[in-house]
Write a protein that binds this ligand. Sequence first.
Ligand SMILES: C[S@@+](CC[C@H](N)C(=O)[O-])C[C@H]1O[C@@H](n2cnc3c(N)ncnc32)[C@H](O)[C@@H]1O
Length: 309
Amino acid sequence: MGAEYHRPVMLEEVISGLRLVPNGLYFDATVGGGGHSYAILEREPTARLIATDKDGDAIEAAGKRLAPFEGRFRLVRADYKAYEQVLPEEKLDGFLIDLGISSHQIDDPSRGFSYRTDDAPLDMRMDRRSALTADDVVNRYPPAELRRILRDYGEETFANSIVKNIVRLREKKPLATCGELRRAVEEALPPAKRSAACARQTFQAIRIEVNGELDGLEGCLRGLVGRLKKHGRACVLTFHSLEDRIVKNVFRDLSTACICPKSIPVCVCGRRQVVEEITRKPLVASRQEQRENSRSICAKLRIAEKIVE
Ligand SMILES: C[S@@+](CC[C@H](N)C(=O)[O-])C[C@H]1O[C@@H](n2cnc3c(N)ncnc32)[C@H](O)[C@@H]1O
């Protein structure tokens, strides 16, 4: 594993968003290399932390990184959506979900996440114990399903022609590597649209499908807010518009009180405001951070505070 597993994005904004309290209990749902978790434990010396990641490499890297805080944290290799099985009864003072992939996952060619690595196998699994791989999606999904994925998860305008070309190629011989997939995308695009990064959206779409990244996010977010104490903070970092839309809609919904028409004197809808949005508009990384870490360029941070018990 390389020296820097992952540089935490918007670290200062996340830490101030969580508004750490003495003896607070925090949940880092996507621990990665442990950068955000380290800052939580360092900045608030009485804080305790539970953290999950479904990638075994992340759990190993975070374990090493957080070693100085032995006794104050617990790491669990799990999907954060299984938080019910991981978290104790005690309510949380804050949680962080830092979505997307880590630099380690992109940079390790054996993981098959990057359109820049030619010989990497079509894998893209964050959890290498799970069954579905990018190879299955690319070589076995029906064309209509593949088109939907590229359109919905990659917002790819040329989904039709890309899928046509993939199907044409895989009928002769299954695509085996990231390089073959990248070339299949390039060939399908009009010459003016071919560039070094023109397969980015296709790779993103397939990665989202392989890891079920959007499945259950809404329900999980609502459930985790339910696990917060009054004044507990929820911080969510997203890296593409589909995720951000889900987070925005959940926070907006939970911050809405009674919706009865003004003409009705007594509330009949029974709605109650659960959170206050600390960020009506998402925060983005500073110019300096964007210059220093290109992975922060599309980051959006939304923060909400629970206002009920
Ligand atoms: C952007 S990285 C997190 C980086 C981390 N905040 C840090 O400071 O190093 C995202 C991590 O989330 C993990 N991940 C993504 N979806 C997950 C899920 N559903 N359950 C658990 N971990 C997940 C990935 O394996 C990856 O390690």
